[in-house]
Design a protein around this ligand. Sequence first.
Ligand code: GYE
Length: 323
Amino acid sequence: MNTFRPLCLFLLAAAISCISISCNKHEASSGSGSKVVGFSQEDEESDWRTAESQSIKSEAQNRHIDLRFADAQEDQEKQIKAIRAFIAQRVNAIILAPRVETGWDQVLREAKNAKIPVVLVDRGVSAPEDLYVTLIASDFVEEGHRAADWLAKHTNGKARIVELQGTAGSAPAIDRHKGFADELAKYPDMKILASQDGDFQVSKGKEVMAAFLKSVGKENITAVYAHNDNMALGAIQAIQEAGLTPGKDIMVVSIDGIHAALQAILDGTINCVVECNPLLGPQAFDAIDDTLAGKTIPKRTVQKDELFDKSNLTPELLAKRKY
Ligand code: GYE
């Protein structure tokens, strides 16, 4: 009896430690034992975002990853709920495309405490850097800078501009405005006459541009700077409905590089597009693989972007593009 008790205690301790180890490791909830990754997408408001979601979904498929996709339909609270659900499902990693910069600290801390790495794609957050693994995104300030530089060069430094801003509080809207305004400061004869949120959408871009044509006066506007192509395409419609020729009476400068906008360059209704490449899937999953393998990866990966106008865009080049 005396020898039997220590053996029971030993077996009991061994059983408890086995249970605690299995509870600590991330159970890949997929039956096949493959990695499980949660992806919180803020919305599907633009062609760009659809291309981004498609890039991540197809890359997950290529890598046989069980991707849990949650579209928040423009609602940050839904993104936060989705992240909490991913934590409860004990996914291996989370990809987050955050709608706005602020309000993420608490839920990112919960993911960190659950030892689930979070990779940011597309937009940054104001949360402390130790709460996420890395940010893979374009440099939005540089995009704004390049848009202003192109406009200055093609108007001899003279332009009266209206600005269609992206979603209020989002990193691209904040930074694309900053980059554009900082560059414009070098040109005393280049002024932003009016600026308003068009939420990255065609319909709102058209609505805001139509309002500017009335409030500022169509004869007083020589250029429109749109934070994304969808709003630029909406602005073109408003300019045409006002009886003016977009690309000539009012120059159009935009950001993203979606197919329809590059076609508009060939058609002459958009003058310049600064690319913001949305094909972030491969880099996002490389970051997850490296993190789960215990490697340290850079906090910031800047996506490379081109600039297109009539001087370098051809139908053949457009035909080859992936989005
Ligand atoms: O420019 C726009 C999308 O966050 C970079 O969001 C992205 C922006 C992009 O709606 O088309």
